[in-house]
Design a protein around this ligand. Sequence first.
Ligand SMILES: [Zn+2]
Length: 289
Amino acid sequence: MPELPEVEVVRRGLEDHVVGRRITGVEFFGSRVVRRHLPGAPDLAARLVGRRVDAARRRGKYLWLVLSGDDGPGSALLMHLGMSGQLLVEAPDAPDEKHLHARFGFDDDGPELRFVDQRTFGGMAFSELTPGGIPETVSHIAPDPLEEDWDEELVVARMKARDSAVKRALLDQSLVSGIGNIYADEALWRASVHGERLASSLTRPALRRILGHARAVMVEALGEGGTSFDALYVNVNGASGYFDRSLNAYGQEGRPCRRCGTPIRREAFMNRSSYSCPRCQPRPRVRRD
Ligand SMILES: [Zn+2]
């Protein structure tokens, strides 16, 4: 599944290859890709044709293309890659992909933008923007640690008020977006904090440290993801080489902790797994999730 750094790589690809171009043709294949656009595929296509793409933005794992020609805050094509979505920039005569769901042509007759998704958990919809420039349909989602609007002190204060496990707070998209299971485990390992500790029981410096590590891990992954970026392939299938080489906790069950040598353990958490070092990240006495 694409994580936030991979989605940011895709956003940069869109910025390089799509921004500034005017959409002249839109085709959807099947209705699943536009299921969140309730008026349906023809309505969405009609709203896009003739519009220029003015910007490519992102919050958490949501991407959107800001469209030209609006008074007021404007509107956007909102996209989510889901589990396996890919955005490809390809020559118009390139053969169709097996799981092609949408195709966008531009007035310069240059490369098309294609949305390919094997599992179709991803999709797209039209959305008005708030005065802050965020699509209305995702405006309840908090800023992510890579955004300019990211306010670490605000998030620390809100986490400090939470009587829930700190890992649950990290995964709560209304507090901070874009931190998935992998980044939460890595940040907690770096901070030497067990994810079942109560957020409210941690000191502000400890919460600051955890959030700082979450941001740092993402920035590092972004650096690595950027290196695999190909000019004609707006990458993304979640297989960033970063995950093989650089993870300290996530998926490392039984391997020695890189800090103390103790084997990393796996525990059930919120119907998923948590990975941590038993020695560096001692469990609280009471289990919480
Ligand atoms: Zn350790």
